[in-house]
Design a protein around this ligand. Structure first.
Ligand SMILES: [Zn+2]
Length: 289
């Protein structure tokens, strides 16, 4: 069995992600900020940027073909102006270099990754259709899967941490197997997402690095991971349950749901407390004045 990742760089796509570069780290943030500010001085381009970064845009571009049509449309002058700049050329060259590194690391470890992943999922009949990975500059810090169809990836942590790229690529790949819009997961994709984290950012990362530590996942999923970890460890040592059965059992687990709801209520109370404290502080400040 295989995981068939097709690493590509598309200039229009890279320019598009630069327009969304709010997660860019320091080495790139100022450059992209200035580039965007310069190009978007033109009010027409400013409007185009707003359209492109709007979530509605991704919804209307509900598949890759539609998205690419939009990104390649002659009307999208904002992208062509970004691509015309010297900074873009530098970003592009560095993206090419990083793509070669990420793809090489993936390919030399692929067998090992698939072997470990099969042991965690307890099946190995993965979807072997090629999945496009649109590589972006590592400093853009972007990792996501659109509609379970294609992956966007580039992270600066991958430059320094062994198997970081590989584990995040597996994480994104898992979003193409356990899809957001799968009716089985209904309104509880957060639970599935936390399980994806335990698989790729947790167990797989530990196995590949032969280490105890794991990658920190999304903050908003901490409460899920906290209560899922004991169940997941139990699952790993039980030979007769595969990952699909494990996900189903978690989704049906009333006690687990109650624990997570309780955490959510606690968070709400803490938030309320924070708000009332800050209100008290502002009152105190007024009094001091
Ligand atoms: Zn994810």
């Amino acid at each position: 069995m295989d995981i068939n990742l097709n690493f590509i760089i598309d200039k229009n796509f890279l320019a598009y992600i630069i327009l969304l570069s709010e997660f860019a780290d320091k080495t790139l943030a100022n450059k992209t900020k200035n580039l965007i500010l310069n190009v978007c001085k033109n009010s027409e381009y400013h409007e185009q940027r707003l359209f492109l970064i709007d979530e509605a845009f991704l919804k209307c571009a509900h598949n890759l073909t539609n998205l690419m049509k939009l990104l390649y449309s002659n009307k999208m002058g904002v992208l062509y102006n970004i691509m015309d700049s010297n900074i873009f050329n530098k970003i592009y060259r560095e993206t090419v270099k990083n793509k070669v590194r990420v793809a090489h690391n993936w390919n030399i470890h692929k067998k090992e990754i698939i072997r470990e992943l099969s042991q965690i999922l307890k099946f190995n009949n993965f979807n072997t259709l090629p999945i496009n990975v649109y590589c972006v500059h590592p400093s853009l810090n972007y990792a996501c899967t659109i509609n379970g169809e294609f992956i966007i990836y580039g992270s600066s942590r991958g430059l320094n941490e062994a198997h970081f790229d590989n584990c995040i690529l597996v994480h994104e790949f898992l979003h193409t197997i356990f899809k957001y819009d799968d009716l089985r997961y209904e309104k509880n994709y957060d639970m599935v997402h936390a399980i994806i984290e335990l698989i790729s950012d947790g167990r797989l990362y530990q196995q590949l690095n032969m280490a105890e530590n794991v990658l920190g996942g999304h903050n908003y999923l901490i409460k899920y991971r906290k209560h899922l970890i004991p169940l997941f460890n139990e699952y790993l040592s039980s030979p007769n349950t595969n990952i699909n059965e494990f996900i189903d059992s978690c989704l049906k687990n009333e006690t687990l749901h109650k624990k997570i709801v309780l955490e959510t209520v606690k968070e709400g109370l803490i938030d309320l407390k924070k708000t009332s404290n800050s209100l008290d502080n502002s009152k105190a400040k007024k009094l001091v004045k």
